[in-house]
Write a protein that binds this ligand. Structure first.
Ligand code: ADP
Length: 222
């Protein structure tokens, strides 16, 4: 199957990045994550990076013009299909994106709000390779999401790097990111539903939902 392009929308902590990393090898297409582009720009030490660091640290969204330029540049460098992770995130970005790309499917990953907070503040990422782990054990109300623990606490299973908490994953910043999500990003659900591109996907088992997610994507794109 040839998949040209997909986009996943979802609140912070829902697992957009984690699922994207798993389905990317399944379909043989790369991920384009604007969160990673933003973090790379900040760590590059550029003037633009310095400008967007404060925005990123507060959990607010980087300006549409900056993000659209970054996303368009990254998409142009990829031949064939890819998975978009975290872009577009506002109606203005979605409208701009329609000018330079065509989406096949938008997946709306869904989890209750209090679970999003618990998952996000317990998220740990590898400082070196970006691999994700989660210390939260969410087994209640029909959900069965055991913690994704590293074999050795604080050490990445994949590369041996240090596991850290992202600076925007503290409870205060996470609550702000969720407010921003409700105000700015949630309207995209209806935007893409009205274009018949949206598929809602309720997460119940975390990463163990992967096969069900792939089946849901295939059902809409085959
Ligand atoms: P999460 O989905 O967990 O909030 P991301 O890694 O996708 O994390 O994004 C981290 C931060 O990067 C956001 O809080 C925001 O500041 C910035 N960012 C990423 N993508 C966008 C976007 N499409 N528009 C504006 N800001 C973005």
């Amino acid at each position: 199957m040839f998949v040209r392009l997909r986009y996943r929308v979802g609140a912070p902590g829902v697992g957009k990045g984690t699922f994207a990393k798993k389905i990317s090898p399944h379909y043989g297409i790369p991920i384009m994550s604007t969160g990673d582009l933003v973090r790379n720009e900040i760590s590059s030490g550029s003037a633009l990076g310095a400008k967007i660091k404060a925005i990123n640290d507060s959990g607010n969204l980087v300006g549409d013009d900056i993000i659209v330029e970054m996303a368009e540049g990254a998409m142009k460098s990829v031949k064939g299909g890819f998975i978009l992770d975290g872009f577009p995130r506002t109606i203005a970005q979605a409208e701009a994106a329609e000018g330079f790309t065509k989406l096949d499917l938008v997946v709306n990953l869904m989890l209750p709000q209090e679970v999003l907070v618990e998952k996000t503040v317990n998220r740990r990422v590898c400082n070196d390779c970006g691999e994700g782990f989660n210390l939260a054990n969410i087994v209640r109300d029909g959900m069965d999401m055991p913690a994704l623990l590293p074999a050795v606490p604080g050490v990445c299973d994949k590369c041996g790097g240090d596991l850290v908490q992202r600076s925007d994953d503290t409870e205060e910043i996470v609550n702000n990111r969720l407010r921003v999500y409700d105000d700015e990003t949630k309207p995209l659900v209806e935007f893409y539903r009205s274009r018949n591109l949206l598929t809602d996907f309720k997460i119940v088992k975390g990463i163990a939902d992967l096969d069900r997610l792939i089946a849901a994507i295939d059902a809409r794109t085959n």
